[in-house]
Design a protein around this ligand. Structure first.
Ligand code: DX5
Ligand code: ZN
Length: 220
């Protein structure tokens, strides 16, 4: 399976976003990772629905939306998405997460389920029919620039083997948080498919986005 890069837009130069998007298109980036936070599920506030709908008008790069909000089902119809976009919600963010995943599937886009570091993989087992992607958080969500947590590598390896055991090899594994070149290389070997790149490897002072993306692909 092809390994894919999702560029974390909260780490881009927000005052020159159009320039960054054009460069990410040239660099052949697979997804734009859009972090939506509510200051409640996570202690931070970032991007929002107006930006998502504006992006859909200017780029063909599919969106990979990471909802870090309580009760995400409230907001699902605020976004104009198509079948190539992924809308990802946290297992921990809603009591009836199965219903939320069904709502996303009915919307016609792909559904993702994110799990925090402390959430066991088994919690996903009976939801696999409703998801296209499993986002294994490799830091506690909320901020760019954190360090990979100690169980991350083991959890990605376990996610790969559990999905295989459950007959769900079609579900892609995404990793988000401190995906540097060495961490990307390790997690790729453990079975990650989509890599969210932020301050650790893509948005760097001393490299163009194109060069940084090329260097990251070389370690996968
Ligand atoms: C939050 C974000 C961050 C970040 C990733 O979910 O997606 O994890 O932008 O980039 P790093 O950790 O490299 O700054
Ligand atoms: Zn994210």
């Amino acid at each position: 399976m092809n390994k894919m890069i999702s560029a974390s837009i909260m780490c881009a130069d927000l005052l020159n976003l159009e320039k960054a998007i054009k460069e990410l298109e040239t660099a052949g980036i697979d997804y734009l990772h859009i972090d939506i936070m509510d200051g409640d599920f996570v202690p931070n506030i970032t991007l929002g629905f107006d930006l998502i709908n504006a992006l859909k008008k200017v780029t063909d790069i599919p969106l990979d939306i990471h909802m870090m909000v309580k009760n995400p089902s409230t907001f699902i119809d605020r976004m104009n998405l198509d079948e190539n976009d992924i809308l990802c919600v946290h297992y921990e963010s809603e009591i009836h997460i199965h219903r939320t995943l069904e709502m996303i599937k009915n919307k016609g886009c792909k559904a993702g389920l994110a799990i925090n570091p402390a959430t066991p993989l088994e919690n996903v087992q009976y939801l696999t029919d409703y998801i296209d992607m499993l986002l294994v958080m490799t830091v506690s969500p909320g901020f760019a620039g954190q360090k990979l947590y100690k169980g991350a590598e083991r959890k990605v390896a376990d996610a790969k083997s559990k999905l295989h055991e459950w007959g769900c090899e079609n579900i892609l594994i995404e990793v988000d948080g401190n995906i540097s070149l060495p961490n990307g290389e390790k997690l790729s070997r453990k079975g990650a498919d989509i890599f969210v790149l932020g301050t650790s490897s893509l948005f760097l002072k001393d490299k163009t986005l194109t060069q940084a993306a090329e260097d990251f692909r070389a370690v996968l």
